[in-house]
Design a protein around this ligand. Structure first.
Ligand SMILES: *Cc1c(COP(=O)(O)O)cnc(C)c1O
Length: 431
């Protein structure tokens, strides 16, 4: 399979290159040249498969030309070592829980998959590969945990000192092994600037192999299509629609890709907080990015969603095709709190702030469409947001052991300033 840039379809590269580079040389995002359509017998097999087995079937279609079959089976088996169960919430309304991985958020799927794929492509090298990641919280923990122990790969997580929650910080500063946390005295923007500058620095690129693990990387995006099939095979009913809490739109794009590969989906809903540039685009036909606003569903605080160009690419830039497949909904913080409260009161289910937007968008859509079956994505475990959730449900949220275990561990981080020279010196000393 070859991959092209969304800015220029004649810029083509291999899977390996797309995974190492992340971004195309013309700043476009990579897309597969074709979406392999699953055969009838493959769809039959998927009907009775768990997430890992589905991952293997789809990976063979997408990556089978580039990675030998036994390697691919092992890669998927190691990366996708948890399931994504569906829970019934109300009549015809379900949630697919994507938070059963190590850091309790759906980003574990993509991060774990990408780490194994990079490991596969670097195994013949003698020099190490260095992954640089700037984080304001959740990406750092998913990437750090996803890459923990990967051979030949070292991960450097930059985060703004004092600006991530104590538990988030523990999730990427206590791991050791091939993971180093750099505590930057500055903002998240400073962290991003340092990483970007390092990638463009010719001195460094001569000496080190640097790569990024951000969410635009295909190796993170494509495996997210697996759980749409897994959700579908657990739900009875026809005319299934997915309601997707969205920020950078990786998740929703992966759903559209699943549909291109043959998953029967009636509609996608984009569920948002007040950072709703995509719902606005769906209404007006004009895409106007703007600075993001802080909300209680903060993993969706995105003002210029990076994967939006991929959605346009799938639908050839045609607004009427996009709106045929996607509807948008957005909610204020007060509304999100009300949703969490009322879902808990009426059904006993505890939504996290992101999933709550997905629930309400699905509920609203069902009020206007008869006979449809809704699945909303629960993108993170509610226990990651106890300060918000506990007062709403009137009791402490149950914290899974794998999350609480982090709080007892010892933080180890290297403190650096926000000027580039210090960061470069650190990288320079690595070889
Ligand atoms: C990252 C994230 C989102 C947004 O997902 P996108 O793929 O960027 O749209 C939603 N919920 C949670 C909990 C997240 O961590």
């Amino acid at each position: 399979m070859k991959f092209y840039s969304t800015n220029n379809k004649s810029i083509i590269c291999s899977l390996k290159e797309a995974v190492f580079k992340g971004l195309a040389p013309d700043n476009g995002l990579y897309m597969p040249q074709r979406f392999p359509v699953l055969t009838r017998s493959e769809m039959e097999a998927i009907k009775s498969s768990n997430l890992t087995e589905i991952g293997i079937i789809i990976s063979e279609k997408l990556f089978g030309e580039d990675i030998p079959q036994p390697d691919l089976v092992r890669l998927v088996g190691e990366a996708i070592n948890f399931d994504t169960p569906v829970v019934k919430i109300e009549d015809n309304l379900y949630t697919v829980e994507l938070f059963h991985g190590p850091t309790l958020a759906f980003k574990d799927v993509g991060a774990r998959f990408m780490s194994r794929m990079l490991e596969h492509f670097t195994r013949d090298r003698t020099a190490e590969v260095h992954v640089l990641v700037a984080t304001s919280g959740d990406t750092g923990s998913a990437v750090a945990n996803g890459f923990l122990g990967a051979k030949g790969i070292r991960v450097h997580v930059l985060y703004p000192s004092g600006m991530v929650s104590p538990l988030q910080e523990k999730q990427f500063t206590t791991l050791g092994q091939n993971i180093t946390a750099l505590e930057v005295s500055g903002t998240f923007d400073d962290c991003q600037r340092l990483v970007k500058k390092a990638f463009l620095d010719p001195d460094l690129s001569e000496k080190l192999t640097l790569t990024s693990a951000n969410s635009i990387n295909l190796a993170r995006l494509l495996p997210q299509s697996f759980y749409y099939f897994r959700a579908w095979n657990q739900v009875p009913g026809k005319d299934i629609f997915f309601s997707v809490p969205s920020g950078n739109y990786g998740n929703l794009t992966a759903g559209l890709i699943a549909r291109e590969m043959g998953l029967p989906v009636h509609k996608f809903l984009s569920a948002n907080n007040i950072n709703d540039v995509v719902p606005e685009y769906l209404q007006s036909g004009v895409f106007v990015p703007r600075p993001s606003v802080t909300t209680i569903a903060n993993a969706m605080d995105v003002g210029n969603p990076s994967n939006f160009v991929r959605i346009l690419d799938i639908f050839s830039g045609k607004h009427e095709r996009v709106t045929h497949h996607i509807e948008g909904y957005s909610y204020t913080d007060d509304e999100i709190r009300e949703i969490i409260k009322s879902v808990y009161k009426n059904t006993g289910y505890v939504c996290d702030p992101h999933g709550a937007t997905g629930y309400q968008a699905a509920r609203t859509y069902m009020n206007h469409h008869e006979g449809v079956t809704g699945i909303f994505l629960e993108t993170a475990h509610p226990a990651k947001f106890t300060e918000i959730i506990d007062p709403l449900i009137g009791r402490p949220c149950r914290v899974p052991e794998r999350l609480s275990a982090f709080s007892g561990r010892k933080k180890q981080a290297l403190k650096i300033g926000n000027e580039y020279e210090a960061f470069k010196e650190y990288l320079w000393s690595l070889n």
